[in-house]
Design a protein around this ligand. Structure first.
Ligand code: FES
Length: 106
């Protein structure tokens, strides 16, 4: 089972087991990880599941789609490594993925 580490703005880490095929957003919600709201339920329509992908993982995770990029415009404190976590699918290749949550969601 791939592991994902979420780091909140205070620096606290939350290590969780993720299911292959679930999204990074769903994995956070299921495990009670704070800082991800996911108001639209994963439809790429709210930008409240915004995370920063750890630099070491950026290439593997890949860039946002054009639709995701448009939605990210509504995110808070968007950076080059910003992604919407509902648009990142967990795979074995992402075992060990590290993402951080922003100070607040949109
Ligand atoms: S949950 Fe709404 S955009 Fe990701």
């Amino acid at each position: 089972m791939p592991k994902i580490t979420y780091i909140d703005p205070s620096g606290a880490t939350h290590d969780v087991d993720a299911e292959v095929g679930a999204t990074v957003m769903e994995t956070a919600i299921r495990n009670g990880v704070p800082g991800i709201e996911a108001e639209c339920g994963g439809a790429c329509a709210c930008a409240t599941c915004h995370v920063y992908v750890d630099e070491a993982w950026r290439e593997k995770v890949g860039p946002p789609s054009p639709m995701e990029e448009d939605m990210l415009d509504f995110g808070f404190d968007v950076r080059p490594n910003s992604r919407l976590s509902c648009q990142i699918k967990v795979s074995d290749e992402l075992d060990g993925l590290v993402v951080s949550t922003p100070e607040r969601q949109a």
